[in-house]
Ligand binder design. Structure first.
Ligand code: GUN
Length: 260
């Protein structure tokens, strides 16, 4: 099933789940930045919520807001019984410490899964795992290579794959090309999230049975491009656009419904 098909099917199921609830779940999205990527994400999240019958509000604040003011708003949301879950859209403007903000969100309402005490997982890795399961991709004992070590994707992705007993290797900007080549050649699953357009290309060799998950979002005048060239000779490669972005959005709704 393509990601688009999978997301459509799963949304129908979630719509029924929301309709069966006595109280309409309520999500709040806090946004301070004005970058195009964030605006696109936020629009997508609001659209998904509306489709599913979830109440979603956008609290948009000026980029000039101070950390203290943002912490005050977060405290209000933590104590607002009408709000089931909320996220603070990343990245945050300079001068606001993202770690401080992540720790300020109550773990009980942290649908981003960013707080160390949150019972939920970050949306991108969780969405990817859900899709791999739906596609019956074997994980146990398989060679999984995660390229990129960000806090939002690379690190939590490695953790989730490890939890399901994959042999996990995390590669990054300091990895030598020759090593990159050797790891990729032997990989059953490659998750790439480095923000380098078309980094995975024909310089590398792939197992024909490999699954490549492309988390890259690189924008140029021709549109959106992944971290991998399209059409690699593998079993399954997720497209960009119409790939992991949709899984991330779906996982946010799933996370909210796990809370409420
Ligand atoms: N920016 C990019 N991805 C995400 C995400 O999953 N959550 C939040 N809050 N910000 C993001």
């Amino acid at each position: 099933m393509t990601i688009k098909e999978y997301v459509k099917v799963r949304k129908e199921e979630l719509k029924d789940l929301v309709a069966s609830k006595e109280v309409v779940p309520h999500l709040v999205i806090v946004q301070l930045n004005e970058d195009d990527a964030s605006n696109a994400y936020v629009r997508g999240k609001l659209k998904d919520a509306a489709e599913l019958g979830i109440k979603a509000d956008l609290y948009k604040f000026p980029v000039s807001m101070s950390e203290a003011e943002l912490l005050k708003e977060i405290d209000k949301l933590n104590h607002d019984d009408s709000v089931d879950g909320f996220i603070v859209q990343m990245p945050l403007p300079k001068g606001i410490n993202e770690e401080t903000i992540k720790l300020a969100v109550s773990p009980a309402k942290d649908v981003d899964g960013f707080h160390p005490l949150s019972k939920l997982n970050p949306c991108t890795p969780q969405g990817i795992m859900d899709y791999l399961h739906r596609e019956n991709v074997d994980i146990l004992g398989k060679n999984a290579v995660v390229i990129g070590r960000s806090n939002i994707v690379g690190k939590p992705m490695a953790k989730l794959l490890l939890k399901e007993s994959a042999n996990v290797t995390v590669l990054h900007s300091k990895t030598k090309f020759e090593d990159m080549h050797n790891y990729i050649k032997n990989a059953d699953i490659v998750v790439i999230a480095i923000g380098k357009q078309h980094y995975l290309d024909n310089r590398f060799e792939y197992k024909p049975s490999a699954v490549i998950v492309d988390v890259g979002i690189n924008r140029d005048e021709n549109g959106l491009h992944g971290d991998a060239i399209p059409g690699l000779p593998v079993r399954l490669q997720t497209p960009v656009p119409g790939g992991v972005g949709l899984l991330t959005r779906l996982a946010l709704m799933e996370n909210l419904l796990k809370i409420k």
